[in-house]
Each structure stands twice: as structure tokens, then as C-alpha cells.
Ligand binder design. Structure first.
Ligand code: DGY
Length: 324
């Protein structure tokens, strides 16, 4: 008998079609009423869950008696209560690697966008304010030749660093738990403590996973260590930054600007950030290109399919639950 897969976020028809080759597939449909109610009703039947952007732990999964695997269509897995998954023996998989370059592109777009005030000046132009040659009030900051600080030199951090070093002749400094000798060799990257990096970098890019150790890693104290001319870029997770402290730093000129893709609470609504011209705000689109989202979907399906067919999935986050 086919096992049952339940989607916990929107999935494309192509994904559903691929999954249907091996499984019964249930995709809650807003046209049929309350999506959460449809999900809860189907949960006891589900052997596998697939999706993104939803907190899943004891409260949500207690009724999922048959659940073997949750396949997240994301690299980050801070939405899942891993202790609970381990206690239940539920496998968790994610989609690393396939989104590295796209997310780095977006990280660098934020560097460029906030330094050269791209969105702000676009709005200014469209509002008919371009009535004479621009002056200092519209000037931005250079990117080339500046110092790029990478907080969290994982795959995405390294890909952003490469763009800065090889494309824009930037000096790269980085902080994190481990030195990366190969990247020091390749990019001339120099290791710093977080405090040193904050004081030195013209662009501070946050690329760390969210954990107890990185929650509110950047607060009022850290923002004050940055140069008043520096920019903060966050493509990691919103709670890595104390958002109220960031708003205050942007309002008071403690730092020059910020390029943000992630927020403490998403979707971002009614935020003081909306009133700040020096905050460039994107709606969590680091990996959101057609090509990358398709690659992530396929990787998530491969992982789910493997786990439900009894093969060890490629991207197992909690290998201790895999008994075969
Ligand atoms: C990821 O893959 O973790 C992206 O941030 C989407 O959540």
C-alpha cells in the first residue's frame, strides 16, 4: 500500500505530480476551506510531511502517529523542534547546497542596494523628484575596495565573500566558530573576533544559522561597535538581530544603513523599518529564483522519497534517528 505524504505549505503541481508516482499526496487547498483544519484532519494518516515556513514540534505533531519523516524545502531548520523529532524518531531533512549561489547573489544585491540606495532612489525618481543633476543628498557609498565582514563563513558566507573579493576587490574579514584556512588562502580572508569584525567592516553580512548562541547576536552594543558609515546585511534569520535596537541604530545614525531579507516576525507588517529610507527591506527571498526553488523542491522530494522507501536520505539533519 502506498504511504501518505501531506504538504504543510503550498507545493507546486509539478511537485505534487512527482510525489504521486510513489505516494498518496494530500495538499490542503484554500479553495476547499480552512487549510489548517485540512492539515490537522489529514495528519494522523501522514507518513511524510513536506513544506516550508511552519513551526513543527510537539503541539503540532502529536496527532501524527505514523509520521516517519519531515522534508523541509529549506536549508535552515530552526522551525523544527529537533529534540521532539529525536524523541519520536522522526527524520528531518533539508536542502543544502542548491541554494548557496542564489542566496549569495541576493546577499550581494543587498550590499549593493543599500550602499547605492537603489530602491530609495528608484522611488525618488518615480516620485518625480529628479529635477536637476543629483547632489550629495543622493550620493551613496562605494562598495569596491571596501572591507566585507562575513559573520558565519559557511557555504553561503563563502559565496558572498567570493563575490566581494573577486568581483569588487574587497578585503574580506570573517568571524565564526572555526578558522577556514582554505578560504584564507583562496580569498586572503582574515579571521577576526566578532567585536573586531564589527569595528572594521564597511559591510557586515550575517550568514549564521539561528540557534540559542546566535539569537540576538547583534544588539545595541554590537551596533555601536560598527562604524557610523557601515551597513548591516542580514540574509540569515531575523532573530539573529535585535530588531528594535536596529531600528534605533538606523534612526540615530549609529550605522549608515541596513539591507534586510529576514525579520524577527515574518511576514513583516506595520514595522518602523517601513518608515526608514536607509533600511532596504526584502520579503525573505534569498533563495527565491525559479531555478533554485525548483532545485530545492526536487532535493526535498528526493529526501522524502528516500526516507519513505527505506533508503537513508542524502540530507539527514538528525542522523541518530536513522536505524537502517
Ligand atoms: C532557507 O532555505 O532556509 C531559506 O531561508 C528559506 O527559508
Amino acid at each position: 500500500m502506498k504511504k501518505t505524504v501531506l504538504a504543510f505549505s503550498r507545493i507546486t503541481p509539478a511537485m505534487a505530480e512527482r510525489l504521486q508516482q510513489d505516494f498518496n499526496v494530500i495538499v490542503p487547498n484554500p479553495k476547499l476551506g480552512d487549510v489548517a483544519a485540512q492539515f490537522n484532519e489529514a495528519l494522523p494518516e501522514a507518513h511524510g510531511l513536506i513544506g516550508v515556513g511552519r513551526k513543527l514540534g510537539r503541539a503540532q505533531l502529536e496527532g501524527a502517529a505514523r509520521l516517519e519523516v519531515v522534508s523541509s524545502v529549506s536549508v535552515g531548520y530552526d522551525n523544527y523542534d529537533l529534540d521532539y523529532f529525536n524523541e519520536r524518531g522522526i527524520a528531518l531533512t533539508n536542502t543544502p547546497d542548491v541554494l548557496t549561489e542564489s542566496t549569495a547573489d541576493l546577499g550581494f544585491a543587498l550590499v549593493m542596494g543599500c550602499a547605492r540606495r537603489v530602491a530609495e532612489l528608484d522611488a525618488w525618481t518615480k516620485a518625480g523628484q529628479w529635477q536637476a543633476t543629483v547632489g550629495p543628498a543622493q550620493f551613496g557609498s562605494d562598495v569596491h575596495g571596501k572591507t566585507l565582514g562575513i559573520v558565519g563563513m559557511g557555504n553561503i558566507g563563502a559565496a558572498i565573500a567570493r563575490r566581494g573579493r573577486l568581483g569588487f576587490n574587497m578585503q574580506v574579514v570573517y568571524s565564526g566558530n572555526n578558522r577556514k584556512p582554505a578560504l584564507e588562502q583562496e580569498l586572503g580572508a582574515q579571521f577576526r573576533s566578532l567585536e573586531q569584525l564589527l569595528a572594521e567592516a564597511d559591510f557586515v553580512c550575517l550568514v549564521v544559522p539561528l540557534s540559542q548562541a546566535t539569537r540576538k547576536l547583534i544588539g545595541a552594543r554590537e551596533l555601536k561597535l560598527m562604524k557610523p558609515s557601515a551597513f548591516l546585511v542580514n540574509v540569515s534569520r531575523g532573530p539573529v538581530v535585535d530588531e528594535a535596537a536596529l531600528v534605533e541604530a538606523l534612526q540615530s545614525g549609529t550605522i549608515r544603513g541596513a539591507g534586510l531579507d529576514v525579520y524577527e516576525k515574518e511576514p513583516l507588517a506595520d514595522s518602523p523599518l517601513f518608515t526608514l529610507p536607509n533600511a532596504l527591506t526584502l520579503p525573505h527571498v534569498g533563495s527565491a529564483t525559479a531555478e533554485t526553488r525548483e532545485a530545492m523542491a526536487n532535493r526535498a522530494i528526493d529526501n522524502l522519497r528516500a526516507a519513505l522507501l527505506g533508503e537513508r536520505p542524502r540530507d539527514l539533519v538528525n542522523p541518530q534517528v536513522w536505524k537502517n
